[in-house]
Write a protein of this length. Structure first.
Length: 348
């Protein structure tokens, strides 16, 4: 199958996977059918999908061969990362695994954070829907016995945890510089020798961004901002805090990690190969395969969808099939039908 796909010029690209425009099922469907939900509703899907693929691969790298593991997650939201850790621990066959999730599930965005994404997040925490969805997703994935929730801010919860008691600490809480600094310093205390600290939202390193604009963004406490030097957007507080503490780290697509060796911290010998989108997220993503017959092809859930490229009604005129083979055959037929010109009627 892979050879056949490649012969057509198609190749799956996990790195460019996006949140689905039309997910396989809705939030209401997920709640009714006891399925996990991570679509666009109430901003349940927070990060680019590739980061969860990297998270799963790093978890395997860090925890493989261990019989007892503990993971600490700072910032849980709807449970996408917690379930990624839990599913990977199960896949590794770990006999005893625990994931401690720390989150307050309250708004922490300033007046400058006015996009629809932030409004949806604020609405989700104000109504309690996002915490309810976290609990639902954990239940739907059968991980209640592995996940322990400590509701509160990290400054209240983390000091109560024992030194060197975790194999992996994941940081994805507040994006304010001082809060990120605090979370990293606590993570350094909490992770065991040979363990890993990792996190989200390092889209740009400090050396890459415009320093004057960066300083202004930090002073205003802006959560997410466009950098005039690179043209990319990033989280200034995360970029600044990491630059203060770590000189050597591993990072791809905004996901970062460091490994502890005694009192030293450095990039682990981690190679991100054969990445896969975690199963609990597959209903809510579109994995690109490339362009064929003027259509852009994506895998979505258990099926495939093709969007016409040069069509202003591209979404309405999308084509959905249950397999890539069926989709390709249909696109071939469409192209053939447009090439065949009807013969003019003969005149008597």
């Amino acid at each position: 199958m892979e050879s056949w796909i490649s012969d057509l010029g198609l190749q799956r690209s996990i790195a460019n996977t996006r949140i689905a425009i039309l997910p396989q099922y809705s939030l209401s469907f997920a709640l009714e059918r006891n399925r996990p939900y991570f679509g666009r509703q109430i901003s349940a899907f927070q990060s680019p999908p590739v980061r969860y693929a990297l998270m799963g691969a790093l978890t395997k790298f860090t925890l493989i061969g261990k019989s007892t593991v503990r993971v600490l997650e700072i910032g849980a939201w709807a449970g996408a990362s917690a379930i990624t850790f839990g599913a990977t621990i199960q896949e590794l066959g770990v006999s005893s695994g625990e994931i401690v999730c720390v989150d307050l599930w309250e708004s922490s965005f300033g007046e400058d954070d006015t996009s629809l994404h932030y409004k949806n997040m604020n609405a989700g925490v104000a109504t309690g829907r996002i915490q309810d969805l976290f609990k639902h997703n954990i239940r739907a994935c059968g991980l209640e016995g592995m996940i322990q929730v400590k509701k509160g801010i990290s400054r209240e919860v983390l000091p109560k945890l024992d030194d060197e008691s975790f194999d992996l600490v994941y940081i994805d809480g507040s994006h304010e510089k001082d809060e990120v600094l605090y979370d990293i310093q606590e993570a350094k205390r909490l992770v065991r020798n040979g363990g890993v600290i990792c996190g989200d939202d390092l889209e740009l390193r400090k050396s890459q961004v415009d320093q004057d604009a960066h300083g202004v963004a930090l002073a205003k406490g802006v959560d997410f901002v466009a950098d005039p030097q690179t043209g990319g957007s990033y989280h200034p507080g995360v970029t600044e805090a990491i630059s203060v503490i770590f000189n050597d780290l591993w990072e791809e697509y905004g996901f970062w990690c460091v490994e502890r060796s005694g009192e030293s911290w450095s990039a682990p010998a981690f190679q991100a190969h054969s990445l896969e989108i975690p199963r609990h997220l597959q209903h809510a993503v579109e994995i690109p395969y490339g362009v064929f017959r003027g259509y852009e092809i994506f895998q979505t859930g258990d099926g495939f969808v093709a969007y016409p490229i040069n069509d202003i009604h591209w979404f309405q005129n999308r084509i959905v099939e249950s397999s890539l083979e069926e989709l390709v055959l249909l696109l071939d037929a469409i192209q053939l039908s447009t090439q065949i010109q009807p013969k003019p009627l003969e005149q008597n």
